[in-house]
Design a protein around this ligand. Structure first.
Ligand code: FE2
Ligand code: FE2
Length: 289
């Protein structure tokens, strides 16, 4: 059930806040714990903004105003997290910003649990709540792990931007791990939790990067007898279109059911996604066109 999943997240954040407030640990540990909480809060907020808030806006009486207020609080918290992310735990501003963040997030959680979640629970059918819970978990897995105050926070723009930003954040998290690359050492998504050996990361990177470099190197060699500006423009345009088909079509629409689409758009997304030749999309999720 969605609301239980959400309150579990809230309790986990509360536990980390309490530990940070006790303040009897080393600065390095405090910084690591603060980064972990920031990652959890960002993933939680992104999932709310992608699915929970739009549902609340549609189903609750006066939901629009309520959601606008929650979004404004998310934006404020995200600015604080961005500032907090860039400073050491020994900096006097660290505790000041952290205390402000803790106060703001506690107020926000209290507001959600006393008003928004009970109203959502009573306005939606059990099946709709289960569906929302499913989307919520998938959204958290693909969500960014770092604050991005300038990123959009309402659909459909956030559905596209968050996925790309989330991928970049996960690469940054992997690179930042000193010895073992964990899938989000700042936070481990449930389906991908656990450590991956650096050897595996290096091998995958080689398999991804080397063919790309070879392709780039082949362009000047083949220039003029088969490859020209027309072919380059076509390759770029088709790359963008098939990427759109996979990320927005296969992933966001067919797998997550993140938005509604009419039949012509469904067909177009299915064709564009198939152009990426990554296999049948129904293996990715439970929806089919
Ligand atoms: Fe929230
Ligand atoms: Fe929340």
């Amino acid at each position: 059930m969605t609301t239980q999943t959400q309150t579990t997240d809230h309790r986990n954040v509360e536990r980390a806040f309490a530990e940070l407030e006790r303040g009897n640990t080393s600065p390095d540990y405090r910084k690591e714990l603060a980064d972990h909480v920031i990652a959890d809060l960002v993933r939680h907020s992104v999932a709310e903004e992608q699915f929970l808030y739009p549902t609340a806006r549609d189903h609750i009486d006066g939901g629009g105003e309520m959601v606008d207020e929650e979004l404004a609080e998310h934006a404020e918290a995200e600015k604080l997290m961005k500032q907090l992310e860039g400073i050491a735990a020994t900096d006097p501003r660290f505790d000041q910003l952290l205390n402000q963040l803790i106060g703001d997030v506690r107020h926000h959680i209290n507001e959600e649990e006393s008003t928004l979640l009970p109203k959502l629970q009573s306005s939606c059918s059990p099946a709709a709540l289960r569906d929302l819970g499913h989307k919520w978990l998938l959204a958290k897995q693909a969500a960014p792990t770092r604050p991005h105050p300038s990123a959009p926070d309402t659909p459909p723009a956030n559905l596209v931007v968050d996925t790309g930003v989330g991928m970049i954040d996960k690469i940054r998290d992997d690179v930042a791990s000193p010895d073992m690359c964990t899938t989000g050492s700042r936070t481990a998504p449930p389906m991908l939790a656990g450590k991956r050996p650096r050897r595996e990361i290096v091998l995958v990177s080689v398999f991804v990067v080397v063919p790309l470099l070879a392709l780039v190197a082949a362009i000047p060699l083949a220039w003029g007898w088969g490859v020209g500006w027309t072919e380059l423009a076509l390759a770029f345009a088709l790359y963008c279109l098939s990427g759109l088909g996979v990320t927005v079509g296969f992933h966001r629409y067919f797998t997550h059911g993140a938005f509604r689409a009419r039949r012509p758009l469904r067909i177009a997304l299915a064709i564009l996604g198939s152009m990426a030749v990554q296999g049948p999309h129904h293996r990715l999720g439970r929806r089919s066109p």
